[in-house]
Design a protein around this ligand. Structure first.
Ligand code: UDP
Ligand code: MG
Length: 336
């Protein structure tokens, strides 16, 4: 019987017909219609300057605007721009996963499509890769473009997650990065359905180099990540990369039990010395409510993990591809 890991190795679906692709650029896109022209206007000169065989894999993640139509136009002008379209919105992590699985380059760059990640930095990434780095990741010098509250919350979240997680997670590192084929192949072997890419990057390891950069403001449109979506994303990160929330309750339980024993001894002594005494309503209520609350939190945490186990065992595809354009051979259209 194949090990679970073997069954999740995806077939490399597409191979270029002509020369081997050196550099792939993967672009997840969700309602980015207004950014496409400007993006390629800046990306194209960078690719021309590098002067190596490249491909750009655009993943239309269920956009509701005319992102796909505009992509068709750029694809018609440059067949190196390859297109995938999801059957619905599966989320940025899935769009990146699909892009990585369909890319064929010796090195793969991941970046946002809203020009928050300057395409010119790809040249620096590329130079670092040629110098021997296997992962070159952009580190945000500032988060000025984010609203203050989001900035603080994001910072503290990554700090906490780094502490909790079993693998080190570079702080302030985002999805803007270049990865060697070896790293991409390693990521492609990860079959998990809850895909927290920032954790997966840390998990795979390899020789990593950081390159600081300033995030620009979004070129056009608005962010797809609401506070609630970011919160769910943060929970995904914690549950996927730490079992601490599951384990911490036994320590708390142990602490509470120890206090209860001491308190019990105290009450017993008091009763033996001073006789039976009825008051104690307040302490009873406090203990009852406190423990009730702790138990509910504990159940919620269990539910969070169980829900994700359920998602995993269902074994559904990670995403569904409705259209693929510019890929030489037909291949798997699901994230199996
Ligand atoms: N994105 C995506 N699917 C989604 C949401 C976002 O592919 O469901 C893409 C989006 O088109 C952009 C990148 O992910 O290229 C980052 O998204 P956004 O700019 O909305 O997030 P932020 O920069 O605010 O973190
Ligand atoms: Mg953005």
């Amino acid at each position: 019987m194949p090990t679970p890991q073997e069954t999740t190795v995806p077939p490399t679906p597409f191979r270029p017909l002509t020369e081997a692709t050196v550099l792939s650029v993967v672009l997840p896109m969700h309602n980015e219609s207004a950014n496409i022209a400007a993006l390629f206007q800046r990306l194209q000169p960078v690719m021309d300057r590098l002067g190596v065989p490249y491909e750009v894999v655009c993943v239309d993640d269920g956009s509701r605007d005319d992102t796909w139509l505009r992509l068709l136009v750029v694809h018609a002008a440059n067949p190196r721009i390859r297109l995938l379209r999801f059957s619905r919105n599966f989320g940025k992590e899935m769009a990146m996963t699909a892009g990585l699985r369909h890319s064929t380059g010796r090195a793969v760059v991941l970046m946002d499509s809203d020009l928050q990640h300057p395409p010119e930095l790809i040249e620096t990434f590329y130079a670092q890769w040629q110098a021997g780095a296997q992962v070159v990741y952009g580190v945000r010098r500032d988060r000025d473009t984010d609203p203050p509250l989001r900035r603080i919350l994001t910072r503290s979240f990554y700090r906490v997650l780094d502490r909790m997680s079993e693998v080190p997670l570079p702080r302030d590192a985002g999805d803007f990065r270049l990865m060697d084929r070896a790293v991409v192949d390693a990521l492609n072997r990860m079959g998990e359905r809850t895909r927290f890419m920032k954790g997966l990057y840390g998990w795979v390891g390899f020789r990593q180099v950081a390159v600081p950069f300033d995030t620009a403001a979004r070129h056009a449109g608005s962010t797809s990540f609401s506070t609630w979506k970011l919160f769910r994303f943060a929970m995904d990160g914690i549950v996927s990369f730490s079992t601490l929330p599951l384990r911490v309750w036994s320590w708390l339980g142990l602490g509470v039990a120890a206090i209860a024993v001491l308190y019990g001894a105290l009450v017993l002594l008091k009763t033996l010395i001073f006789g039976i005494d009825v008051p104690g309503y307040a302490s009873l209520m406090v203990a009852l409510l406190f423990l009730g609350g702790v138990q509910l939190i504990c159940l919620g945490v269990l539910g969070d993990y169980l829900g994700r186990v359920f998602t995993e065992v269902k074994g559904r595809p990670l995403y569904l591809i409705a259209d693929a354009l510019g890929f030489p051979a037909a291949g798997s259209s699901t994230g199996e």
